[in-house]
Design a protein around this ligand. Sequence first.
Ligand code: TRP
Length: 370
Amino acid sequence: MAKVNPYQVEGKVDYDRLVQEFGITKLTPADLKRIEKLGGELHPYLKRGIFFAHRDLKWCLDEYEKGNKFFLYTGCGPSGPIHLGHLGIWRFTKWLQDTFDTEVWFQFTDDEKFLFKDLSYEEIQKWTHENMLDVIALGFDPRKTHFLIDTKHAGIMYPEAIKVAKKITFSTIKAAFGFTDSNNIGSIFYTSMQTVPVFLPNVLRGEKRPCLVPLAVDQDPHFRISRDVVEKLGHHKPAVLHSVFMPPLVGMEGKMSSSDADKAILTTDDAATVKKKINKYAFSGGQATVEEHRKKGGNPEIDIAYQWLRYFEFDDKKLKKIHDDYKSGKLLSGELKAILIEKVNEFLAEHQKKREKARKEVEKYIFKQK
Ligand code: TRP
C-alpha cells in the first residue's frame, strides 16, 4: 500500500484510492468544460488529468461568476534545488493567474524545512532565495504576486497562526501526518503556519474572497485540517485543485525529490546533464531489442520519457502521434528519449535565462504591507 502525506510519498500511488481516502472529488468533464468556458481555454494539465481532483471548486467558480474573484495560494518548501516536478504545479498556477486575472500568494516555508530537515537556518535561507528565482522565472505578474516567507513575515502571520493552532489538537496532527511523541514540537505546530495564507489576504484587506490552492496531492492533509479550522474562525474554507506527482526518472513509484539528484532533473542542470540523466535513468517502456520493439511496440503508460512529455509537449496532436508511434513500435525508446531531451533543454535554456534576470527582481515580489 502506498503512503502519501506531506512528509512521505512511497510506492505506486493509486489515485482512485487516494480520492476515497482523502475524501476529495475527481474532476469531471463537466468541471473541465466550465473552467474552459470561464477561462476561454483549457490548460493541457487539465485535459491530461495531471490536475485530477478538487475540493469545493464548484463553489469557488460560483463565487467567481457572481463577481467575487478568488485569489490563488500555493507554496514552496525551500530545502534544496527546484526540480521539474515543482515546476509543473507552478506553471499551472501561473496559467490560472493569467487566465482568471487573479492574485497569487506564494508561501516559502523556511520554518517548515528548518524543522523537518537536517539543515541549518542559514542553508534554508540560501535555498529560500534560490527557489524564489525559479518562481519568478516562470513569469508571475509582480503586481499581483506576493511572496510570504514564514520567518520574515512572522509579524503578520504569527497572530493568525496561534488562532489556528488553538483549534487543532496534537492527536489530529499525529493522525494526519503519522507523527509520534518523538517529533519535535515545532513540527507539530507547523500546519497552523501553512493555514494562514488561506485567509490572511482577506484579514489584511477586510475582504471575504475565496481562496483556491493548486497543489500536489500529498499536501492535501494540511488543508483537510485547515478547512475545518478556518471555518470556525469565520473564514471561507479554501478550494483545492490536486495534481498527481510527476514521476521520478527511475520509474512510476513515489515522487521526484531534489535529494536524489539522480532521479530528478533540476532547473539548474545544463543541457549535457539533462541528456545524460535522461539517457541513463529514464525508465523505458520499450522492449529489450529493436526487433522485439518493432514487433510488440512500447508501453507509454510506464515509459518515463513519454510520461514527462505530457508535461512538456503542449501540442495535443504531436503528443498523440508520439504516443501512437511508440505503442506501435514505429518509434524506438532512444528516439523517444531524444524528443524529451530536446523539449526539456529548450524549456530550461529559457528558464535559466529568466532565472538569472530574476536576481534583480526578488524585492518586487516580497510582500510588503502598505
Ligand atoms: N509544504 C509545502 C512543501 O513542503 C510548501 C507549501 C506551503 C505549499 N504552502 C503551500 C504547497 C500551499 C502547496 C500549497 O513544499
